[in-house]
Design a protein around this ligand. Structure first.
Ligand SMILES: Nc1ncnc2c1ncn2[C@@H]1O[C@H](COP(=O)(O)OP(=O)(O)O)[C@@H](O)[C@H]1O
Ligand SMILES: [Mg+2]
Length: 278
């Protein structure tokens, strides 16, 4: 399977990443109409931010994420608040253009310039989340230990690759890693990342470290056997054995895995969202 899934070609692709055509109201209306005519498959109410965010599948092979009231301050635009989907689109485009393709292909983005925004992307089909895989595959006694090690390695290498492109995901949880078997891949697996809404450009090691901590604290990831988690970490670091520094860093990570801090609910639970906009 190709990492981007079925890609039929752009519908109404904006030409510029940094300055999408805010005046293109016809483009926005088209995307919004597409959203409103498709059943919602995932929904989130932004209780702390206000607004809501929905995901739908307007046609086979395509995913449309659309939101209202999800805004963030844009430092490049004199502190103006812009839809967070703009950030997601620009990071996805940047990664794709830099050759990192373990993510959905961004197809179109439009905003009414103020409150509402919609992002069309390719669908990653036939995949399971890391949480789902962890539940049925990566537990004690499950068969195919070499396949499990290969998967743990692929996860670590994919995250390392993302960070090498100067992007911290900033919401690296098990539901945002979509996985499938891939006979063409070096370890037999393909791991793709989704939900780049909070991602940011950075080369600061601390931002990267926080990504690892977020994943380490994810309940599904904590279910995975320690050797596999360690394998993932080693692949991330690009080593086969722990160095002294890594031993210390791994202990810190391992501590966050058993920390008693309140954690987010398991990613695989169904979400109950706000009413569909209409
Ligand atoms: N490109 C995609 N391919 C397949 N499923 C997707 C894709 N994008 C989103 N999804 C599905 O929609 C859900 C929500 O998407 P996400 O981007 O995480 O939205 P939110 O910001 O609301 O959390 C994901 O957990 C996944 O099940
Ligand atoms: Mg999400």
């Amino acid at each position: 399977m190709s990492p981007g899934g079925n890609f039929e070609g752009p519908l109404f692709l904006n030409s510029s990443i940094k300055k999408p055509d805010m005046d293109s109201s016809s483009q926005f209306s088209k995307l919004w109409a597409l959203a409103e005519s498709s059943p919602v498959i995932h929904s989130t109410a932004g209780t702390h931010r206000g607004g809501w965010s929905n995901v739908c599948r307007p046609r086979p092979g395509q995913i449309l994420k659309y939101q209202q009231g999800y805004l963030r301050v844009n430092r490049n635009q004199r502190g103006q608040r812009v839809p967070t989907l703009l950030r997601e689109y620009s990071i996805m485009r940047r990664l794709y253009e830099a050759g990192f393709t373990n993510l959905p292909r961004p197809l179109a983005m439009a905003t009414d310039g103020d409150q509402r925004a919609a992002l069309l992307m390719s669908e990653l089909e036939g995949r399971a989340t890391l949480g789902e895989i962890a539940n049925r595959l990566l537990v004690k006694g499950a068969p195919g230990i070499s396949g499990q090690h290969a998967l743990a390695r692929t996860c670590g290498e994919t995250i390392r690759d993302l960070h090498r492109h100067g992007i911290a995901h900033c919401s690296l949880r098990s539901e945002h890693l979509l996985i499938c078997r891939d006979s063409n891949a070096s370890h037999g697996w393909n791991v793709a990342l989704i939900d780049f809404e909070h991602a940011r450009k950075t080369l600061r090691p601390y931002a990267m470290w926080r990504d690892l901590r977020r994943l380490a604290q994810d309940p599904a990831f904590r279910n995975i056997r320690t050797t596999l988690r360690l394998r993932c970490y080693l692949a991330y670091r690009g080593y086969t054995r722990l160095t002294l520094t890594d031993k210390w860093l791994w202990r810190v990570l391992a501590l966050s895995m058993v920390s008693k801090l309140p954690l987010r609910k398991a990613a695989t639970e169904p979400t109950t969202g706000p009413p569909q906009p209409g």
